[in-house]
Design a protein around this ligand. Sequence first.
Ligand code: AGP
Length: 514
Amino acid sequence: MVHNGIIENYMEIKEFLVSQGVRFRSETDTEVVAQLLAYYYGKTGDMMSAVYRVLDRIEGAYALGILSADMPDSFIAARKDAPLLLGYGEGCSFIASDVTAIIKHTRDISYMEDGEVALVKAGAITVFDALGRQMEKEHSFVDWDVSAAEKGGYAHFMFKEIMEQPEAVRKTISPRIKEGRVAFEELKLEPDYIRGLKKIFIVACGSSYHVGVVGKYNLERLLRRPVDVMLASEFRYADPLVDEDTLVIVISQSGETLDTMAALRMAKSLGARILSIVNVVGSSIARESDDVLYTWAGPEIAVATTKAYSTQLVLLNMLGLYFGDLMGSVSPAEYSDIVWELLDLPAKMERVLENTEEIKYLASRYFNHNSIFFIGRHLDYALGLEGSLKLKEISYIHCEAYASGELKHGTISLIENGTLVVALCTYAPLFEKSLSNIVEVKARGADIVALTTNSRSRELSKTVENILSIPDTHMLLQPSLGVVPLQLFAYYVALHRGCDIDKPRNLAKSVTVE
Ligand code: AGP
C-alpha cells in the first residue's frame, strides 16, 4: 500500500485490529489501513468491497495505491482530501499525486475526486463512485513541455524558477491586458456583483498568505472596501464574518493545500462566492471554486515557491485594478499608470536578475548568522514576511519579519551587536520612517542590509553601507521587484550552508495534511 496523507483515527482502528489478533510490524497509520483491508478482505473475499469498507471506516486525508498478490494484473486507487490523478498510456496506466511524476509517459490524465475508487489495469482504468457505481471520467491533456519539469542546466530548480520569473509574470499578465485594459475573460463574476461587493476575504497559507497580506494593503487602497486576510489554518477554526455578500479569494500554488481547501469549503458553506488564484490546472481547489484565475508560472518544482508567488502577486494586483475600475474607485490616470508599470515589470525583473553580485557578496558575509530580522512598514512588512520565510525554509536560519514601527514595543530588546537586520525601504511614502527605524537598530549594534529603490539609494547610502537596490515602479507593485533580491539572498545563503535547496528538510511542495 502506498499512502500520502494522514489517517486521523488510526489508533482506534489499530486497537480494534489488535483485539482481533492482528500483529503489527510498524507504528505507521499506513500499515493500519493495509491491515484493516486484509481484515475485511479475509471476511469478504472480494478486494473492491473490502476497499469500500475500509474507506467507510478510516477518517483523515489520503491518496492510496493498493496492490495485492491476489490481483497480479491490477491495482486499486482511492483518494480523499489529497491529490491523486490517473494517467492513460499506450498499454499502460499510472496513478500519481502530481503531473510532473508521469508527464514523461503520458499527457492524457484525469483527476480523481474524493470518494472515487479506480481499478487500474495495464491500458485500462475503470472508475467507480463512492457508491460503487461505474462512472466516466473527464480527461485532460497536459500541454506543457517536459523540459519545463527539468532543471535546464541550472544547479537547482529553485534558481531556475527564480530566473523564470520575468517570463512567468509576462505569461500571466499579457493575455489579460488588451489595449491598456485589464480583462479577465475567464471570470464568471458579474460586473453588478463586483460593484455591489461589500467585503473581500483572502485566505491562504505560507507564501500564498504573504501575497494576501500585500493584497489587503493594495485592494483596500484601490477599492476602498474592507479586505480581510487570514491564514487558512486559522480561518477554518475561527468564526469569520463571511456571508453571501463576501467574496473569498483563495490563493494556492498547488491547489491542494489541505488547510486552504478546508477554508474554501467552510467559506462556501457560509454562502460566500469563491474565487481562487491557482497555478496547477485542474487541482482540487480550482475545481471546487466558483471562479479560478490561473497563474501561468508553469510547473514549480522547488519546495520554496518563487515564480508562483510572483505571478500570484501580479494577478491579485490586476484583480484590484479590474474591480476598482468597475467600482469607480480607481482614477483613470492611476489605472493606466499601474497597467503601464505592470507591463514593464518583467523587464525590470530582468534588470534585477542581471545584478546579483552584491547579493552574492552579502550572502557570503552573513550565511553564518543564526538570527536575522526582516523589518519594514506597510508593503515592506508584507515583503519581509516572504523574505523571512524564503530564508528560513531553505537555510534553516531562524528569521523573523517584524513591522518596523512595532519593534519598540518589545522585540528591539533582541537587537544586539552583530544582529543582522534586513531593512526594507521600498515603500516610498514611508521611506523616512523606515530610515529612522534603521538608525534605531543600528544604534543598538545591528548589522544592516537595506533594500530600497534606485531613486532612494544615494540618500540611504549616507546611513547604510550594505544596500540592495531595485528599479522604481508604482508603489503598489514594488514588492514584485523587492522579492527577487530576497529570494536570491536566501538561495545563496543556503548554498553556502550546504542545504538541500530544492527539497528542504521536513517540508513538502504540497501540504496535504493538517
Ligand atoms: C513557500 O515557499 C512554502 N513552500 C509554503 O509556505 C507554501 O507557500 C504553502 O505551503 C502554501 O502552498 P500553496 O500555495 O500550494 O497552497
